[in-house]
Design a protein around this ligand. Structure first.
Ligand code: XMP
Length: 516
């Protein structure tokens, strides 16, 4: 269920563009609550959702194809301002009686925009600027009532509007940072055209979330799995704020956590959660279950299964619970309500400890409306320390998927020590917050080396550091040579059994962020 919010709402109809989520994020950064829906919205839905503005996203299809996703006619008759972006513009042109054709030249990437008449949507936009475009089709002839506003080198109709019907269209992507005047254009649409007041702020979101949790939970007890990651920490802190004393936050130490993580989580979260936090030491149990297992999927399955068992046993021993809290975020929600275009294929990936399906507990999902950066902001408002809210993501199966080959106590020791050196150096050099994720991987090979006067035959550690905005695609981080040299020297000197360090320079795709 999407929220029954008191906020003014921008509706974004998703035609499958890879940038759809970005439109919503930009709007929210500007203080406007934005919600993404599939394009098959009816007049009935519209009456219920009562948006103050509608954006039609871009998309990979061609409006000239017979099966191309379309728009319910009632949307354009609802007297709600509409902004069509790229595919959205072509759809407007087609449906309102203009003409779209396939272009001989595909426009993709940066283009120079020249504004000839700013009109309302391009008001205040510089006469020439850079925009980001991505389309094969172009609008050849505008529908009646529309005025042409701007062109690019290859597209004559790059922006147009019909203020009388409050319909606006751009052939490029204002939501993308490469469109230098994009924010001006979005502000024009949201504030001057739709009249949004900008009532979305994290302080308010927090108040509402606390009230909603109280309403839902009442006097019942909530169970919550704490992984030490940002999402589950914020959920736990929020629950504790809303219904203190009724929360059981279980932190399972499976022995595959980062070095010092148990103490760090206990320190930070113990302070935030007081008596609501319970740490379970299950290290031996996990190591025993993983003995001799090499296959990554098998490791994941075993860890998931053991996690659920420990979690259930603990919950039962503590008198059970009626509700289960989960850190579901908005991108996961979009995934299940979106169209089927590329944005719908984005996976939410695995959540820590894939939760006990047969527990039949009612779910509490207080972060369902939020993006990751908003969750971080909420965490800060809840008083969580920067070390928790700014933390790199960490996979549920932990170091087990960073030890290639069988998981042993020695391997955990080796990889966690190398990882700790890498992370400490990143922090010391001010690079930690510049990368999305960084870690060490223990490879299942031995290589020859020389130490002192002797020949060695020891292990290899790979370092991985990536930049990314959501973990779905990633680039390897260009860390300075001197930095890498220092980390490598420290690892070889300080981690017993390791004599070689390599740096992973693969992008995702085709590689993944984790090695397993
Ligand atoms: P990949 O390796 O698929 O990872 O590029 C993308 C992001 O997801 C994290 N990841 C996991 N998280 N359970 C999790 O909770 C898992 O099994 C898992 N595998 C990968 C990974 O750390 C990265 O942030």
């Amino acid at each position: 269920m999407l929220p029954s919010l008191t906020h003014e709402r921008l509706l974004i109809l998703d035609f499958g563009s890879q940038f759809t989520q970005l439109i919503a994020r930009r709007a929210r950064e500007l203080g406007v609550y934005a919600e993404i829906r599939g394009p098959h919205i009816t007049g009935e839905d519209l009456r219920r959702l009562r948006p103050k503005g509608i954006v039609l996203s871009g998309g990979p299809a061609s409006v000239l194809d017979p099966g191309a996703p379309g728009l319910d006619a009632s949307i354009l008759e609802a007297h709600v301002p509409v902004l069509g972006i790229c595919y959205g513009m072509q759809l407007l042109a087609r449906d309102l009686g203009g003409r779209v054709r396939q272009s001989a030249r595909r426009e993709y990437g940066g283009a120079a925009l020249t504004v000839e008449n700013g009109g309302r949507i391009l008001a205040g936009v510089e006469r020439t600027s850079r925009v980001w475009a991505s389309h094969g089709d172009i609008v050849e002839c505008l529908p009646k009532g529309f005025t042409r506003l701007a062109k690019t080198d290859s597209v004559d109709l790059a922006a147009a509007e019909d203020p009388a019907r409050s319909i606006y269209a751009v052939q490029f992507h204002p939501e993308v940072a490469h469109t230098t005047q994009g924010s001006r254009i979005l502000k024009n649409f949201l504030f001057d055209i739709c009249g949004f007041s900008g009532d979305w702020s994290m302080g308010q979101v927090l108040n509402e979330a606390v009230h909603k949790v109280r309403d839902q939970v009442g006097t019942r007890r909530v169970l919550c799995a704490l992984s030490g990651g940002v999402d589950s920490s914020v959920v736990a802190a929020l629950l504790h704020r809303a219904v203190p004393g009724q929360v059981l936050a279980v932190f399972v130490d499976h022995g595959l956590l980062r070095r010092g993580e148990v103490e760090e989580v206990e320190r930070a979260m113990g302070k935030a959660l007081e008596h609501d936090l319970l740490t379970v030491d299950a290290r031996d149990r996990f190591l025993a279950a993983l003995r001799g297992v090499e296959d990554p999927e098998e490791k994941r399955k075993i860890i998931g299964r053991e996690f659920i068992r420990v979690f259930e046993d603990t919950a039962r021993a503590k008198g059970g619970a009626d509700l289960l809290a989960q850190g579901t975020l908005y991108p996961d929600v979009i995934e299940s309500t979106s169209t089927g275009g590329p944005s719908a294929k984005i996976k939410s990936h695995h959540n820590v400890g894939g939760l006990p399906l047969d527990m039949k507990l009612e779910l509490v999902e207080p972060l369902r409306e939020l993006f990751k950066d908003e969750v971080r902001e909420l965490g800060t408002l809840l008083g969580l320390p920067a070390s928790v809210v700014g933390r790199h993501p960490f996979p549920g199966p932990g170091l087990a998927v960073r030890i290639l080959g069988p998981v042993t106590r020695e391997a955990v020791e080796t990889v966690s020590l190398a990882d700790d050196i890498f992370i400490a150096e990143l922090k010391r050099s001010g690079l930690y917050d510049k990368v999305w994720q960084a870690f060490a991987v223990l490879l299942p090979v031995r290589t020859v080396g020389v130490m002192g006067d002797g020949r060695t035959y020891e292990q290899v550690v790979a370092l991985r550091a990536v930049t990314s905005s959501d973990g779905m695609t990633a680039d390897w981080a260009r860390l300075p040579d001197a930095f890498l040299a220092r980390v490598s020297t420290r690892i070889v000197n300080e981690v017993p059994g390791v004599s070689r360090v390599v740096y992973d320079i693969s992008t995702k795709p085709p590689a993944t962020i984790e090695w397993e």
